[in-house]
Design a protein around this ligand. Structure first.
Ligand code: BDP
Length: 698
């Protein structure tokens, strides 16, 4: 068990639950499914593989339900049996499915039915999940359809296989050997994604190389698209805005220049000739030094529309990122995306989506929801989460991100009435968006376990499940994942889920409690760096964000400060403007407060910070104990790696706590509350640590 199988391990049910296994066999005596299209073949193969693993042998194939217990899979057009059943598949769309216990020709049967092949594949994975998590299957009546259209992974992978912010080895795309060598791993990637409903993948880094759009590389991308197609996954590419200059030999990339427009049109035609179902482009422009339309005095809308016009005849989409901040030192970086994009609402073509990070700074352990959600009713906004843990301890810290995703999706924008959540913006129901989607920056690499650590697989999993249904519960998802990944034994599931559920909060506590943010080491973002200052941009330093002085700590974003609060709907703005009404987890995000400010616990702010820092470390210690108690119930290889990583995490949590307390104490000049241990070393020691080999950016 090296983690390669992910949550698709298909372990024998009978080993622990012989009765249940028997019951499953009664309900899967024969398999009726066709194999005329690649997606049908993928569905059939997965069911056979899954049932063989789970039940010891795959049911025989049959054409008709002549015995009880047939499992019938397909669409009205692929299966005459399903056609005859006249099931209500209206409203399920292309990708939805139903799973029902029915009677066919006098025999009990289970049917997995959909309008299109891909829906049947999703249904098959759902059915397997029921068995993997040991649910009853005797009286099924399940109806599922995705709530968002594009459920996408963004790979920040470079052509040299370095993954920006990747902590799981190299890129899984072996560009050198493509297109001639197709690594079988690409199929497993597609299976894993299809099993959670992911249907789109951006192959390359948003800090894109123009090379990606050259004919040789397009052919490589086309080979991957061919592997993914049966699994319902469409390929997208990140486009470098200046490509017409770099690989097209033009003098300009001005979006209004006719030659530039012609170049993109021809390039797009070339891509579609190689990849007929190409999804479109993802673009990072005029952000962190990337080229863009503003280089020519044009707007983001001009840039997006240029590409949108080129892909439109082919049915493609342009996803334009709102993660922008200008080169001039801003008054508050948190305000910039809103300031630049809200005036453009209504100016984008109808095949453009704007992709917005969950918060206004940058994938911090905790951020309030991005004020753009709810503020662009005429522009479909796509959620961008970061699955790779750039700011949450890389791959060695155990932090289950389900609660982070859920917290953002459930946040109340109050743009129309109480209870208009970010999820309703993203799924299109609030503003009637015609395009909807959710993207996650992938945490996948060449490591055998895909994600760099066993528990980081859960973040990929949770992202997919929440993209399918943004209102699902992160706890339910954790339980489902733990059962499939480790064991159905209640003695494993319960402790693992409880470790996971508090793990992200623990990271917030030991890194950036009470709304603090962006305090990590410069560049690589590894470890504490609250003292980071100077360098090319103020808003790349920690001191810019925490603003600690002897008077207090925190970033004043109220109407008296940077006024970022006013980017939210009035009732939310009023709440965030008042420290007493601001949820305490966002306190120092919005307020600069004195060290003796009384927090809700009754403790002064300084003491409360120390309590949180310490609590974070204690939680990790607790996870180590819990995990140690699971030895023998989890296979030794995975158990040992998790145990080793938790030991790293405890050491580093302590480091974060101690370094942060040592630093902030120079401002607060207050003693630690009674019973709280002082930092192990001096501030000088923490500041002197250097990490030239921490996995970096670039
Ligand atoms: C930041 C990363 C940087 C990315 C950037 C982005 O540090 O590597 O290029 O976001 O999203 O989180 O464009």
């Amino acid at each position: 068990e090296d983690g390669y199988e992910l949550w698709l391990r298909y372990q024998p049910v009978a080993a622990a639950k012989p009765e249940r296994a028997k019951d499953y066999r009664v309900h899967a005596t024969v398999l009726i499914a066709s194999d005329r299209t690649p997606t049908q073949v993928a569905t059939l193969t997965e069911l056979q593989r899954g049932l063989e693993g789970l039940l010891g042998s795959a049911p025989a194939l049959a054409d008709a339900a002549t015995v009880d217990g047939a499992l019938i899979v397909g669409t009205p057009s692929s299966s005459p049996l399903i056609e005859r059943l006249r099931l209500k598949t209206a409203g399920l769309g292309r990708e939805g499915y139903l799973i029902r216990s029915v009677v066919v020709d006098g025999h009990a049967a289970t049917v997995i039915a959909a309008n299109e092949d891909i829906g049947a594949l999703y249904g098959a994975f759902h059915y397997l999940r029921l068995l993997q998590t040991q649910q009853p299957v005797g009286a099924l009546d399940i109806r599922e359809a995705p709530r968002t259209q594009l459920r996408m992974l963004d790979h920040w992978d470079n052509l040299d296989r370095h993954v920006e912010r990747g902590y799981a080895g190299q890129s899984i795309w072996d560009w050198h050997k493509l297109p001639d060598y197709i690594d079988p791993r690409y199929t497993d990637y597609a299976r894993a994604n299809a099993s959670i409903g992911i249907n789109a993948t951006v192959l390359n880094n948003v800090n894109a190389s123009a090379q990606q759009l050259t004919p040789m590389v397009i052919a490589k991308a086309a080979a991957l698209a061919g592997v993914f197609r049966p699994y319902g996954i469409r390929v997208f590419l990140s486009a470098r805005f200046s490509a017409p200059v770099e690989i097209g030999g033009l003098k300009t990339a001005d979006p209004l220049d006719p030659q530039v427009r012609q170049w993109w049109k021809a390039k797009v035609d070339e891509i579609y000739a190689a990849i007929p179902d190409f999804g479109g482009f993802l673009v990072k422009a005029n952000s962190e030094g990337q080229p863009g339309p503003q280089d020519y005095g044009r707007t983001h809308a001009d840039g997006a529309n240029l590409l949108a016009d080129a892909v439109k005849p082919h049915g493609g989409t342009v996803i334009w990122r709102a993660f922008v901040y200008s080169h001039e030192t801003p008054d508050d970086r948190a305000k910039q995306a809103y300031s630049e994009f809200v005036p453009l609402d209504g100016k984008f073509r109808d095949n453009v989506m704007v992709q917005v990070k969950n918060g206004a700074i940058d994938f911090q352990p905790r951020e309030p929801f991005h004020p753009l959600f709810g503020a662009m009713p005429k522009t479909p906004l796509m959620m961008e989460f970061q699955i790779t843990k750039e700011y949450l301890g890389f791959a060695t810290h155990l932090a289950y991100l389900g609660p982070l995703f859920e917290e953002t999706l459930r946040a109340d924008t109050k743009v129309q009435a109480d209870g208009t959540t970010v999820a309703e913006v993203v799924d299109g129901s609030l503003h009637g968006y015609k395009l909807t989607g959710m993207a996650g920056v992938a945490n996948i690499g060449s490591d055998r376990n895909w994600s760099g650590s066993h528990f980081d697989q859960a973040n990929w999993y949770a992202f997919g499940r929440l993209a399918w249904n943004p209102e699902s519960s992160s706890r339910d998802i954790a339980e489902e994942w733990a059962r499939m990944t480790f064991s159905n034994d209640a003695g494993v599931v319960q402790p693992v889920v409880s470790m996971m559920m508090g793990s992200r909060e623990a990271v917030v506590d030991y890194m950036t409690p009470l709304g603090l943010h962006h305090l990590m080491g410069r560049g690589h973002h590894y470890g504490p760096g609250p003292w980071v200052e100077g360098g090319p941009r103020a808003d790349w330093t920690a001191v810019y964000y925490h603003r600690a002085t002897q008077d207090g700590i925190g970033f004043d974003r109220t109407t008296r400060g940077s006024d970022a609060v006013s980017q939210y709907a009035k009732p939310v703005a009023a709440q965030f403007n008042d420290p007493q009404r601001t949820p305490e987890e966002f306190l120092l995000w919005f307020h600069h407060l004195p060290w003796d400010y009384t927090t809700t616990s009754g403790r002064p702010l300084w003491d409360e910070l120390v309590v949180h820092y310490t609590q974070g470390v204690d939680y990790v210690r607790g996870m180590r104990t819990t995990w140690a108690g699971l030895a023998g119930r989890i296979d030794p290889e995975r158990h040992a790696q998790v145990a080793a990583f938790l030991a790293i995490q405890e050491k580093e949590a302590q480091w974060w706590r101690d370094a942060s307390i040592a630093y902030f104490q120079t401002f607060s000049q207050r003693p630690l509350p009674a019973g709280y241990a002082p930092p192990a070393h001096t501030l000088d020691y923490y500041e002197s640590l250097e990490f030239p080999f921490a996995p970096g950016n670039g």
